[in-house]
Design a protein around this ligand. Structure first.
Ligand code: ATP
Length: 360
C-alpha cells in the first residue's frame, strides 16, 4: 500500500506556492473548481473528450487546465500521474473518482497527494468494516441478517457494488424475501438489512485538523455541519401511481438531492453521532476522518436516528450549497461550500506549514 512517507516524499518536491487543485470532471467537480477558484487556486480537470466541452462552458467553474483521458482508468497510467505531480496537483477525491478508479487501485497505485486520509477508503468502502466502525462508535444501525431464514420483519436487500441504491428491493417478511430472491435468481452478493421507517436526512460535515476542537467528544479538530440534504429516489414519487402501486416506482436509485433543515433540537443528536464517528475513526485509522464526510440517516420519533451508511468524502448533496447553507452561515459570514471549505483548509495548511497533516 502507498504509505504516508511515499506521499510526503512527493510533497517535498512540490512547489507550495504553486499548488493546484485537481479532480475528475464529474459528481461535484464544478463545486470543487468553483470553491478552489474562490481561494485563488489554479484548477485541473481530468476529463474525457466528451465531457470536456461541457466543463469548459461554465465561466466561473471551468478548470484552468484540462488533462484529457480516453477513459477514467487511464488516470492510473504512469504518464498521467507524472503529469499531475509535475503540476503540483492535489487530488480531491469524490464519489465518481473513487468509483472510476477503484479504492484498491487508489491505495496501491495512485501516487499523487490526495486531500484527507486515504485510509478511510479501507473503512468506508467495505460494508463489514464500516459496520464495525459504526458499532464501535455506539451508533444505532439497521440490523443485518446473515440468512433469509432469520428475517423477522420488513427488510431491504442491497447489492455489493450497487451504485446509488440501484436494484435494491424490500420484502415484508422471510417468506416474501425467499420468494423474491428465488424469482430474481439471487443466491449471493447481497446484504439483508432491516428496513427503517422514518424520515431520511443526509447531513454534510467537515472536520478540520487545523482548528481547535469545538464539539464535545471530538478532541482532534473542529467539527462543522455545512448542510443537510435529502436524496431524491424514484420511490419518492410512488404516490403518482396511486390508487395503484406501480411496480417500477419501487426503485431506490438516487437521482437528485433536495435541501432540508432539521428540527433544531435534533441537531444535538446529529452532532453527537458525528462526534462519536470521528473520535472512533481516529482510533481505527489514525489520524481518522479529515475533511468532508456525510452520514446517511433515518429519523424515527420512537427510535431516534439510525445510520445506514457513511460517506467519508464530499457527497453530491453538497452541490445544493454553492453559496453556503442555512448551517454554514453559523460558521462563516461569507459563502462557504464544501468545495471552497476544502480549498480553504489547504490554504490554511500552507500558511501554518501543516500540509502533510491533511494530505495522504
Ligand atoms: P452507494 O452505496 O453507492 O453510496 P447510496 O449511498 O446512494 O449508494 P444507499 O445508501 O445504500 O445508497 O441506499 C440507497 C437508498 O436506499 C437510501 O437513500 C434510502 O432511501 C434507502 N435505504 C438504504 N438503507 C435503508 C434502510 N436500512 N432502511 C430504509 N431505507 C434504506
Amino acid at each position: 500500500m502507498i504509505s504516508r512517507e511515499d506521499i510526503s516524499a512527493i510533497l517535498s518536491r512540490y512547489d507550495e506556492n504553486n499548488l493546484k487543485i485537481a479532480t475528475v470532471c464529474s459528481h461535484s467537480a464544478l463545486q470543487i473548481f468553483h470553491g478552489a477558484r474562490m481561494e485563488s487556486f489554479t484548477t485541473i480537470g481530468i476529463a474525457t473528450a466528451r465531457s470536456r466541452p461541457y466543463y469548459e462552458s461554465f465561466p466561473l467553474a471551468r478548470p484552468d487546465i484540462f488533462i484529457e483521458v480516453g477513459s477514467y482508468d487511464e488516470i492510473l497510467r504512469r504518464d498521467v500521474q507524472e503529469k499531475l505531480r509535475c503540476e503540483n496537483a492535489i487530488i480531491i477525491p469524490h464519489g465518481s473518482f473513487v468509483e472510476y478508479i477503484g479504492a484498491e487501485n487508489i491505495l496501491e497505485h495512485f501516487l499523487v497527494p490526495m486531500f484527507g486520509n486515504r485510509l478511510t477508503l479501507l473503512w468506508e468502502g467495505d460494508r463489514r468494516r464500516q459496520r464495525e466502525w459504526l458499532e464501535k462508535a455506539g451508533i444505532p444501525t439497521p440490523r443485518i441478517y446473515s440468512s433469509p431464514s432469520e428475517v423477522d420483519r420488513r427488510v431491504i436487500v442491497k447489492f455489493h457494488g450497487a451504485k446509488g441504491g440501484s436494484r435494491y428491493f424490500t420484502a415484508s417478511d422471510r417468506f416474501d424475501l425467499g420468494s423474491k430472491l428465488q424469482k430474481l435468481g439471487y443466491t449471493e452478493g447481497y446484504v439483508i438489512e432491516e428496513y427503517i421507517v422514518g424520515v431520511r436526512y443526509y447531513p454534510h460535515f467537515f472536520l478540520s485538523l487545523l482548528e481547535k476542537p469545538n464539539v464535545s467528544g471530538v478532541d482532534y479538530g473542529r467539527l462543522e455541519l455545512l448542510g443537510i440534504d435529502r436524496r431524491l429516489e424514484v420511490i419518492d414519487e410512488m404516490h403518482r401511481g396511486w390508487p395503484d402501486v406501480i411496480e417500477e416506482y419501487m426503485d431506490f436509485t438516487v437521482t437528485g438531492n433536495q435541501p432540508v433543515v432539521l428540527r433544531e433540537k435534533l441537531l444535538v443528536d446529529l452532532l453527537e453521532i458525528a462526534a462519536r464517528l470521528a473520535s472512533t475513526s481516529r482510533k481505527l485509522f489514525y489520524p481518522g476522518l479529515i475533511g468532508p464526510f456525510c452520514i446517511e440517516t433515518i429519523y424515527n420519533p420512537k427510535r431516534g436516528f439510525t445510520v445506514f451508511e457513511v460517506s467519508a468524502r464530499i457527497v453530491a448533496g453538497t452541490n445544493l450549497y454553492i453559496y453556503g447553507s442555512p448551517y454554514s452561515a453559523f460558521y462563516y459570514d461569507e459563502p462557504m461550500s464544501t468545495g471552497r471549505r476544502m480549498a480553504r483548509e489547504i490554504r490554511e495548511a500552507i500558511r501554518k506549514n501543516r500540509l502533510e497533516s491533511i494530505l495522504y
